[in-house]
Ligand binder design. Structure first.
Ligand SMILES: *[C@@H]1O[C@H](CO)[C@@H](O)[C@H](O)[C@H]1NC(C)=O
Ligand SMILES: *[C@@H]1O[C@H](CO)[C@@H](O)[C@H](O)[C@H]1NC(C)=O
Length: 248
C-alpha cells in the first residue's frame, strides 16, 4: 500500500511537471507555478515515514497480515498445510515455501488466526487434530503465540482448548496432545517448541495495523496525539507564507 502511494505521488508530480512544461511552452505569458507538498503519514498512517509510531505496540513484528513459518525444533521440519489448505496440517517439510507460510490475522498482541495459502484458516478438528479447512475464523481458530523470553522466535502455539500444538514424530499429523509439556520447557526435544521465521518483508505498517496493534483502548489517544502534532497549524502557516499551493 505504501509503495502504491509513493508511486501515485511520483506519477502525480511527473504529470504536474509535464502539464506545466506543455502549458508553459504553449502560452509564453502564463506562469503556472506549482509548489507542492506531500503531507504523507498525517491523516493516513505510513509506517516507513515514522516507524517510531509503532514502537509502543507489543509484538510489533507480528502485525496484522505478516507472514510467518514454523519449524519444529524436534523434527527439524516445517509445519505445512497440505495442498495449501482444505485438509490436514503436517510437519514433514524440510523447506518452507507457500504451503508452509501462514499469514497472521492479529486478534490482539498475543492471539492470532493463521491463514494458509489458499486463504482458509487452521483450526482443531475432533478437538486435537490440526486442519486448515476453516473459511472464517472464530474463537476456535484463535491461537496464542507464546514466545521464549531469551529468543522471541522460539515459540509455542497454544490452542483454544489450552493445550500446546505438537509436531509428533509421525510427522503426518500435528496434534494438540494432552501430554503435559510445561510452558517453561524450551528444550529441542520438546515437540511443542517451534522456531518461528517472521518474513519481515511482508510486514505492513498502515492504518489498520496501527489501530489493530494498539487495540481499542490505546489506539484513539495515539492517533489523536499523532494528528495533533505531526502536522500543525504552524506548518500550514509556513506553507501559505512560502507560496505552496498544492497538497499531493
Ligand atoms: C487476546 O485474545 C484472547 C482470545 O480472545 C484472549 O483469551 C486473551 O485474553 C486476549 N489477550 C489480551 C492481552 O488481550
Ligand atoms: C507429509 O505427510 C502427508 C500426510 O501423511 C503426506 O501425504 C505427504 O506425502 C508427506 N510429505 C512429505 C514430503 O513427506
Amino acid at each position: 500500500m505504501c509503495n502504491k502511494k509513493i508511486y501515485v505521488n511520483i506519477l502525480l508530480i511527473f504529470y504536474l511537471s509535464l502539464f506545466h512544461n506543455v502549458y508553459a511552452s504553449q502560452t509564453k505569458d502564463f506562469n503556472l507555478q506549482i509548489k507542492a507538498v506531500n503531507l504523507g503519514n498525517w491523516l493516513i498512517t505510513e509506517g516507513w515515514m515514522k516507524p517510531s509510531l509503532f514502537d509502543g505496540i507489543k509484538n510489533n513484528d507480528l502485525l496484522d497480515g505478516t507472514h510467518v513459518q514454523f519449524k519444529s525444533v524436534k523434527l527439524q521440519k516445517y509445519l505445512c498445510a497440505e495442498n495449501g489448505g482444505g485438509t490436514i496440517v503436517v510437519a514433514n517439510r524440510t523447506k518452507a515455501s507457500g504451503w508452509e507460510t501462514f499469514r497472521l490475522w492479529r486478534v490482539n498482541e498475543t492471539s492470532f488466526n493463521l491463514r494458509v495459502s489458499n486463504k482458509q484458516f487452521i483450526g482443531l478438528e475432533d478437538e486435537n487434530k490440526l486442519v486448515a479447512d476453516i473459511d472464517s475464523p472464530g474463537d476456535k481458530e484463535t491461537f496464542e503465540i507464546v514466545r521464549n523470553n531469551d529468543d522471541p522466535n522460539r515459540v509455542k502455539i497454544r490452542t483454544p482448548n489450552g493445550l500446546f500444538l505438537q509436531a509428533i514424530s509421525s510427522e503426518s499429523v500435528v496434534n494438540a496432545e494432552t501430554t503435559v509439556y510445561e510452558e517453561s520447557s524450551w528444550e529441542d526435544s520438546d515437540p511443542s517448541v517451534f522456531k518461528m521465521t517472521v518474513l519481515t518483508s511482508t510486514i505492513i505498517k498502515g492504518e489498520y495495523q496501527i489501530t489493530n496493534g494498539y487495540g481499542p483502548d490505546k489506539a484513539p489517544k495515539i492517533m489523536r496525539d499523532h494528528w495533533n502534532t505531526y502536522i500543525t497549524e504552524d506548518d500550514f502557516k509556513f506553507m501559505s507564507e512560502n507560496g505552496l499551493n498544492t497538497d499531493i
